[in-house]
Structures are given as structure tokens and as C-alpha cells.
Design a protein. Structure first.
Length: 145
């Protein structure tokens, strides 16, 4: 093997080794990656919470087929807040509200239950992340509704 071929082989091995072994992450890169992953997991939990709350609220309606989400968002402290319309017993449409607090027991409270007003005013007056289309998608609600 000539010196030229030997040098080419050594350079090729060095390039392959460098390509397969990227430089180690810096502390800043690790922190940025951790923050991104943490935010993605938080958003997934919020979406899951809104989806479950939407399906649960639809299930308890007199006519679940008439259930339509008007507004769904994440409020203060990670609470899920939903404004919906649904058909009442006389055939008319009523507006309803449901909140799932972000506290330890994750209690879901509908607008006719005790403690609703206090919970809604505490966590739902300032929405931080709009998930209306996501909630509407969960129940198969068309866009023009």
C-alpha cells in the first residue's frame, strides 16, 4: 500500500469517526433541550385534559349530538375551560360552561354545580392557550358551526 493510499484511508476513517461522534452537548444546549421537551410534555398534557373534558361534557348532555364547543382554552394554573352549546329538554339551545381546575385533585365542575362560579372566576377569566379547534376536532364538530 502506498503512502498516498494510506493517508487517504486515514483521512476517510477520521471523517467517518467525526461524523458518527458529534461533539458533546454544552450545558446551554442541554438546558434548552430540557426546556423544549418540558414544554412539549406540558402542551400534550393540556391537550389531553381539554380532549377528555370535552368528551365528558358531551356525554352528560341530554342530546349529545347537539353538543358544540364555542371556546376551549387553558386558563391560569393549567385549568381547562370550555364554553359550549347544547340542546335543552324543550329543543332550544343553551350555553354551558365547564372547568377542570389545575389543582391536585383535578376536579371538573359544570356550571350548575356548587362552587362553579368561584372556580371559573379564579382560573378561567384569563385564557393563556386557545384550544378551541382542538376540542372541536375531538367531537367531530365541523368548522362552520
Amino acid at each position: 500500500m502506498s503512502n498516498r493510499n494510506y493517508l487517504d484511508l486515514v483521512l476517510l476513517c477520521m471523517l467517518v469517526h467525526k461524523r458518527n461522534n458529534p461533539p458533546p452537548e454544552t450545558q446551554e444546549q442541554r438546558e434548552a433541550r430540557f426546556f423544549r421537551e418540558h414544554e412539549e410534555r406540558r402542551k400534550e398534557r393540556e391537550e389531553r385534559k381539554v380532549a377528555i373534558l370535552t368528551l365528558a361534557a358531551r356525554k352528560v348532555q341530554r342530546n349529545p349530538a347537539s353538543f358544540a364547543v364555542e371556546d376551549a382554552y387553558i386558563g391560569k394554573d393549567g385549568a381547562a375551560c370550555i364554553v359550549y352549546r347544547s340542546q335543552n329538554g324543550f329543543g332550544g339551545m343553551n350555553r354551558g360552561y365547564v372547568v377542570q381546575t389545575g389543582d391536585a385533585n383535578e376536579t371538573a365542575i359544570m356550571d350548575h354545580e356548587r362552587g362553579f362560579t368561584k372556580a371559573w372566576n379564579k382560573v378561567c377569566l384569563t385564557g393563556t392557550r386557545d384550544l378551541t379547534r382542538y376540542a372541536q376536532y375531538q367531537i367531530g364538530q365541523p368548522r362552520d358551526r
